[in-house]
Design a protein. Sequence first.
Length: 286
Amino acid sequence: MGKPGKGGKGKGDKGGKGVKGKGKGKGKGKGKDGKGKGKGKGGKGPAKVIIEPHRMEGIFIAKGRDDSLVTKNMAPGVSVYGEKRITGDSGEGEKTEYRVWNPFRSKLGALIVGGIDTMPIRPGSKVLYLGAASGTTVSHVSDMVGPEGMVYAVEFSHRSGRDLTNMAKKRPNVVPIIEDARQPLKYRMLVGSVDVIFADVAQPDQARIVTLNAHMFLKNGGWFIISIKANCVDSTAKPEAVYASEINKLKLEKCKPKEQLTLEPYHRDHAVVTGIYRPLKKKKEA
Ligand code: SAM
């Protein structure tokens, strides 16, 4: 996967009870910018390679000297941010186009390469994505959820929102929403109940932004995934202390953490926490 080294297990941050801590890999290896050689970059014709399914649904691996994470292109023939496109053969002569996903440019990509256990975003999922920017990661989420799924992508910067909106024109499963994620009432008519909230807003009040949106849109038993940029919350505290404090805020609002992963070597001093909103009680067997 560009092979800078997996995020790696170990150094579980003390995020609180019931949170699996992983992360802080050393990051040895080649291809640290995640860029691969070969044809098919940007507008050029896609290169042909062997594609294997990843253990997570909706994600694939392009085999090569350096394996890369790829998603099935929902808009064949189009790159979103200059990423390489490749054609895979299913073995039955059917050709499918994939896009290379660079974990250095995406917290979600880094989370997958880093070895998160459970990925709640899968084909058919309805996802509320907070902090969509120009749509780099949103486009891969759009590929992951496929034609049966939906991505509601919230971004408050009008400049980034323009690129996001243009990208969504070619992807019927992306609804761009140019609003402040602190005001979910403003977009409640566009978003129904969702299975997953993904948040990458890099704001000091990011935990509050997630819980506000969870109370309004996330179904009971649905998942949240939050990227926490430590120095955005408190630049004077140790990152581990910041992660623990953010996790406590989530717990107070019925968001039960399940896994925690630091994103090194892809993103410094970032952690991602995944968990379940209002977990459903297991039925007792009669
Ligand atoms: N997730 C993006 C990706 O992987 O391509 C990168 C997101 S960037 C780190 C954070 C984004 O969140 C910025 O584009 C910023 O404008 C947006 N943002 C920050 N606060 C926001 C808010 N309150 N509402 C909506 N968007 C916000």
